[in-house]
Design a protein around this ligand. Structure first.
Ligand code: SF4
Length: 233
């Protein structure tokens, strides 16, 4: 059976965060998530009744990717790895995935979400998805979600991803430090962003100094600086 992809938003903007910050990109926001993070800014993607979304076939999504002028395509959510992303490859486009890192893409998935919605997909082809830029964002205790150890071990062993953490303070950075030590994640693959939805929340030079001292990369959140909480930005 052909897979169905549920999308809540399709828009062009700049990538706000991570190792491609500033890049002209087409965003595809997938509906549904296996987490319910306390500070999530896209709660409208969580459930069947939490926000508007539409069903697409792989061919329909690829047509939208081809029609876009953006060289980068960002699969975000929600949690994009609930879907077989290896079916969405379009030659000439750089594909990126923003994931919470709790799902192993190369294993088949059969999961029941908090609203009893069952999501299934086949294992993704690693030869295909290893050409994507994976941005893995394990959630810290401030999100009140559990770390999936098997999944983090998978991501820590893969060359084709970077890790992005969202922190509020030094205590959160201590947690990042112990997590990356536990899973032997190289410092140069770590990008740390500051939590918050206001301009003020992003302008904390002391925290950025500390990120640099710890040997990590700072990730801006350009969409927050420029547009605050505006959707489709
Ligand atoms: S993983 Fe991302 S989309 Fe899902 S609840 Fe957490 S912040 Fe929101």
């Amino acid at each position: 059976m052909e897979p169905t992809f549920f999308l809540s938003e399709i828009f062009e903007s700049i990538q706000g965060e991570g190792n491609y910050a500033g890049a002209n990109s087409l965003f595809l926001r997938f509906q549904f998530c296996n987490f319910t993070c306390s500070w999530c800014d896209t709660k409208y993607t969580w459930f069947k009744d939490s926000g508007a979304f539409k069903a697409f076939s792989a061919e329909e999504i690829k047509e939208k990717i081809i029609a876009s002028q953006s060289p980068n395509v960002i699969f975000t959510g929600g949690e994009p790895t609930l879907y077989p992303l290896d079916k969405l490859v379009v030659p000439g486009k750089k594909l990126h995935v923003e994931t919470n890192g709790s799902i192993i893409p190369v294993l088949p998935l059969d999961i029941t979400l908090a609203d009893n919605n069952r999501m299934t997909r086949e294992a993704m082809d690693e030869a295909v998805i290893s050409r994507f830029n994976w941005v893995v964002s394990p959630k810290l205790s401030n999100s009140r979600q559990k770390v999936n150890e098997e999944s983090l071990r998978f991501w820590a062993s893969r060359e084709y991803c970077i890790f992005k953490f969202v922190v509020r303070n030094s205590a959160d950075m201590d947690e990042v430090e112990s997590l990356i030590n536990q899973y032997a994640i190289p410092k140069q693959k770590v990008y740390v962003a500051l939590e918050g939805q206001t301009l003020e929340s992003q302008l904390k030079p002391d925290l950025v100094d500390e990120i640099v001292r710890r040997g990590w990369n700072f990730s801006p959140r350009l969409h927050v600086l420029l547009w605050g909480t505006k959707k489709e930005k």
